[in-house]
Design a protein around this ligand. Structure first.
Ligand code: AMP
Length: 214
C-alpha cells in the first residue's frame, strides 16, 4: 500500500504512522525526521534545511523532492510506504505524481486528518520526544511514568525546537497557506479519505483500517 498522511502539524500523523507501520509492514517516510537527522549530523542538507525548520517555514521544494525520490527507490519501499509530511505543496504533489508514473505505480490513499486549531496548539506545545529513541509523549494527554524520562528506553525527553508557541503558530499558518490546497488536489484525484482526528488515537486508527482495508 502506498499512502500519504496529510494534515496540519499536531494532527497525529506520526502517532498513527507508528501503528500503521506495524499493521501493514511498510516503512514510514517522514521528511521532517530526515531533516532533523541531517541537522543533528551536520550534513550539507542539514545545514541548508536548518534555518527553515527552526523558524517553521517550509524547506524549498527542490531540496525535498530529490530526497524523497531517492528514498522511495530503496528496497524497503518495494511493497509500499507511508509518506508523513510529504507532499506539502502543490509543486511537491505534482513532482510526486511524476515519480509514481515513472515507476509505474499508483497512490492508494491520502489519509487526511481533520483537527481544530486549539487542539493542534495544545498538542504541539505539550509534545515531548525522547532524545534517544524518538518516542513521543504529551505532558498532559500521554505523560511518561517519570517526568522527563522515556518509558521505553530511559532516555531524556525534550521539546522540539519548533514546538514552541510562536513557531507552532507559524507552522499552522504555513500549513493553511501552502499545504491545505492539497485537500482539493487529492479530492479531485479521488484518493482523499477524511478522518476526524480530534478523537482518541485508537479510535482514529480503527477508522483508518476500516476505510483502507485489512
Ligand atoms: P514535520 O516533522 O513534518 O513537522 O516537519 C518539520 C519541518 O521540516 C517543517 O516545519 C519544515 O520546515 C520541514 N519539512 C518537512 N517536510 C517538508 C516538506 N515536504 N516540504 C518542505 N519542508 C518540509
Amino acid at each position: 500500500m502506498r499512502a500519504v498522511l496529510l494534515g496540519p502539524p499536531g494532527a497525529g500523523k506520526g502517532t498513527q504512522a507508528v501503528r500503521l507501520v506495524e499493521k501493514y509492514g511498510i516503512p514510514q517516510i517522514s521528511t521532517g525526521d530526515i531533516f532533523r537527522k541531517n541537522i543533528k549530523e551536520g550534513t550539507e542538507l542539514g545545514k541548508k534545511a536548518q534555518e527553515y525548520t527552526n523558524s517553521g517555514r517550509l524547506v524549498p521544494d527542490e531540496l525535498v523532492v530529490d530526497l524523497v525520490a531517492d528514498r522511495l527507490l530503496q528496497d524497503d519501499c518495494a511493497n509500499g510506504y507511508l509518506l508523513d509530511g510529504f507532499p506539502r505543496t502543490i509543486a511537491q504533489a505534482e513532482a510526486f505524481d511524476k515519480m509514481l508514473e515513472k515507476n509505474g505505480q499508483k497512490l492508494d490513499a491520502v489519509i487526511n486528518f481533520e483537527v481544530g486549531y486549539e487542539t493542534l496548539m495544545e498538542r504541539l506545545t505539550g509534545r515531548r520526544l525522547c532524545k534517544a529513541c524518538g518516542a513521543s509523549y504529551h505532558i498532559k494527554n500521554f505523560p511518561p511514568k517519570v517526568e522527563g524520562v522515556c518509558d521505553k528506553c530511559g532516555g531524556e525527553l525534550e521539546q522540539r525546537k519548533d514546538d514552541t508557541r510562536e513557531t507552532a503558530e507559524k507552522r499552522i499558518e504555513v500549513y493553511e497557506e501552502s499545504t491545505a490546497p492539497l485537500i482539493e488536489y487529492y479530492q479531485k484525484a479521488g484518493t482523499l479519505r477524511n478522518f476526524n482526528a480530534e478523537k482518541d488515537p485508537a479510535e482514529v486508527f480503527a477508522e483508518i483500517v476500516a476505510e483502507i482495508g485489512e
